[in-house]
Design a protein around this ligand. Structure first.
Ligand SMILES: C[S@@+](CC[C@H](N)C(=O)[O-])C[C@H]1O[C@@H](n2cnc3c(N)ncnc32)[C@H](O)[C@@H]1O
Ligand code: SF4
Length: 338
């Protein structure tokens, strides 16, 4: 099949046979926390207002993805998506698309206690809340803000509003919170949240990631097995980034997203749109396709769809973190959308 024939077809296919159905949309590169593994204390040079897609532009591009490109899952992220004032309206407009995609949100949870009911009414299906520690002082040191209580309240508010299953994302850092794996799991089980550990990736703005000191999936699993019986989840994994285990024979589960030590690129079904309207075919891509310029120059939906297909066709087979030629992308995770 030639590239030109493929990019004229419907879905977001690449030359390795993968099809992207899961769209991650970054709503802002700004954040109200400063997690040490993500951004420096002073923050980053944020995108300027006119560079950001407007709410209408986001809805238009998500509409192209859903109606013309076969996207069935839309996840809003950032930066911190809850600080975007138009979020409930964007969710409502995306929920009104036909076919209706499943809609989720990745958030640090600050403000979620207040916003969860409105987001649920707007059509949000579920949330992932990031929480790396159960200790308030550690949280303040790790995120450089004393907001632990707001995150716990956000988790509870999400569950009360029915944004379930509520998932927790946790990143373990050596010498900081790597002793907390079993405690985080006990907390999740006690509240009915689903816990996922994410291996730290080379996506921080400060380039502080170190392969030799990162906490690996094997270490996380060994720590959990000291207290819990883990059995591989019999459910089909599909394109899910998390490998999951049944805890003490289930039905509760725990997951590990081992992007570094157990890469899952061969099954990846994700495509990404940054807050300034760039399509990225991978978190680790080193190039982007500018849909904002095309959109603002008057491109019609089919032209936008064609550009998106072409961007995905060039997706690489894998992220190549272990390759000696690996280059960390210029944009950090907070600006790509995690
Ligand atoms: C970039 S954040 C954006 C959404 C929101 N601000 C949050 O923290 O959930 C998305 C997820 O990426 C994770 N993350 C950030 N930097 C990371 C890194 N270098 N390696 C692995 N995960 C990272 C965060 O812990 C969070 O769960
Ligand atoms: S991980 Fe999320 S909450 Fe933490 S600084 Fe990055 S964008 Fe903000």
């Amino acid at each position: 099949m030639t590239a030109s024939r493929t990019t004229a077809d419907g879905v977001l296919a690449d030359r390795y046979g993968r099809v992207a159905r899961d769209l991650r949309v970054s709503l802002t590169d700004k954040c109200n926390l400063r997690c040490t593994y993500c951004m420096p204390a002073e923050g980053l040079p944020w995108l300027a207002g006119p560079q950001l897609l407007t709410d209408d532009e986001i809805v238009r591009l998500v509409g192209v993805a859903v109606r013309r490109l076969g996207v069935t899952e839309v996840r809003f992220t950032g930066g911190e998506p809850l600080i975007r004032p138009g979020l409930p309206g964007i969710v409502a407009a995306v929920a009104a698309l036909s076919p209706r995609p499943r809609i989720s949100l990745t958030t640090n949870g600050i403000g979620l206690a207040r916003l969860a009911p409105a987001l649920r009414s707007a059509g949000l299906d579920r949330v992932n809340v990031s929480l790396d520690t159960l200790d308030r002082d550690r949280f303040a040191a790790l995120t450089r803000r004393d907001r632990h209580h707001d995150v716990l309240a956000g988790l509870a508010g999400a569950a009360d509003a029915g944004l379930t299953p509520v998932k927790i994302n946790a990143v373990l850092m050596r010498g900081v919170n790597d002793d907390e794996a079993p405690e985080l799991l006990r907390f999740a089980l006690a509240h009915g949240y689903e816990l996922r550990f994410i291996e730290q990736m080379p996506l921080d703005a400060q380039h502080g990631w170190d392969r030799s000191t990162m906490v690996t999936a094997d270490e996380i699993l060994a720590a959990l097995r000291a207290e819990f019986a883990l059995r591989p989840d019999p459910a089909e994994r599909g394109a899910a980034p998390a490998e999951t285990w049944l805890v003490d024979d289930g039905p509760a589960r725990v997951g590990v997203i081992a992007s570094v030590t157990r890469p899952f690129c061969g099954d990846c079904d994700r495509t990404r749109l940054t807050a300034d309207g760039q399509v990225r075919n991978c978190l680790f891509a080193t190039d982007e396709s500018d849909l904002r310029a095309a959109l603002r120059a008057g491109a019609d939906d089919e032209d936008l769809a064609r550009r998106w297909r072409a961007a995905m066709w060039g997706k690489r087979a894998g992220h190549g973190i272990d390759d000696p030629t690996f280059l960390q992308p210029v944009r950090p995770m907070s600006a790509i959308g995690g």
